[in-house]
Design a protein around this ligand. Structure first.
Ligand code: ADE
Length: 324
């Protein structure tokens, strides 16, 4: 009989703890979480750590959302793309008695919104660069069967070289494989008023008022798919070129009314190719949005004249536009 071995079975790598990091400045504040700059003490590497208050999450019944965010970030981090490395990755998670911690990529150049607000608007070349990187990110995300559902310039960060890093997957949805979520079937509803069907709106509203798609707003679809992100993509292109989102108003109700009526205007000097792409993304019917019926995701957007000359596969290796 063999002697019992003193060797231990290989153990799982030990979990990180908050003591492994030196916490620095506050990078962002959410309703139940804060994001801090933090340095891995041993590796001397910087991260952004999202710290969530457990009590607050339980009180606000947000546990499922946090779980989904972790699940989505884990999928994205395990499926990194060579041609679309445009996501904040998740490196580790851990918890203590009061808090949950998400160790994520630090984006030193901050929010794209701040860059846009600083310059007021982007010229066409700058817009094409950032929109091209965002499109590459959406192709990768949708191929992974993930819909972001809260795409907006605040959720688009920039790495040290000025390339796009999409973040905040707290509203994201994973499409189950039997869901035909690319083009969902409409549910029976006669109402055009987003406030008339309180139940469906309560169930379906995710995202930020200005960028939310009509189908999400009206609760017309039990399944919201990739076209919801194509709608937000159209809003973002419009915002890059004008400095403000297309649907604005003094309150959410008035913004929603404008969205469901597709009530927005282009300034007279708005580029005609950009106008065509935006008009074709901001379509009421999800299935009519440019790209939504592509078999090879999103060839019809990539081949639109607005993007003429852009080599999408090398954007991540190019120098971002300069502003002088
Ligand atoms: N603010 C929120 N998340 C961030 C991140 N990952 N990097 C930099 N700033 C952030």
């Amino acid at each position: 009989m063999s002697q019992p071995t003193t060797e231990e079975a290989p153990s799982k790598p030990t979990k990180k703890t908050a003591n492994d990091y030196a916490f620095g400045k506050l990078l962002g504040e959410g309703s139940f979480s804060n994001v801090y700059l933090a340095k891995d003490v041993k590796a001397q590497r910087e991260y952004a750590i999202k710290v969530c208050d457990k009590m607050h999450i339980i009180r606000e019944k947000k546990a499922e959302l946090i779980q989904r965010e972790k699940q989505v970030m884990t999928i994205i981090s395990h499926h990194r793309s060579d041609v679309a490395p445009f996501f904040v990755n998740l490196y580790a998670t851990f918890q203590d008695s009061e808090r949950l911690y998400f160790v994520m990529t630090y984006a030193p150049s901050g929010e794209l919104l701040k860059l846009l607000n600083f310059h007021k608007t982007f010229n066409k070349e700058t817009c094409r660069f950032y929109a091209g990187e965002i499109l590459q990110a959406l192709i990768h995300l949708h191929n992974l069967k993930i819909v972001h559902r809260d795409l907006k310039p605040e959720n688009i960060l920039l790495n040290e070289f000025g390339h796009v890093l999409i973040t905040d997957f707290g509203s994201a949805k994973i499409m189950s494989s039997n869901e035909k979520a690319d083009l969902p079937e409409p549910e029976k509803s006669n109402s055009d008023d987003p406030t008339s069907n309180k139940q469906s709106r309560k169930n379906s509203f995710v995202g930020t008022a200005q960028y939310v798609s009509p189908e999400v707003l009206q609760g017309k679809y039990s399944i919201v798919g990739p076209p919801a992100d194509l709608w937000a993509f159209g809003c973002v292109i419009y915002q890059f070129l004008t400095g403000s989102s297309p649907f604005n108003g003094p309150n959410e109700y008035l913004i929603f009314q404008k969205i469901i009526k597709i009530n927005y205007d282009f300034p007279p000097d708005f580029d005609s190719e950009a106008k065509d792409i935006v008009e074709n993304l901001l379509r009421l019917e999800p299935g009519e949005r440019l790209g939504s019926r592509d078999t090879d995701r999103y060839t019809s957007i990539k081949s639109h004249e607005f993007f003429h000359g852009i080599d999408f596969d090398v954007l991540h290796k190019q120098d971002p536009p300069s502003f002088d």
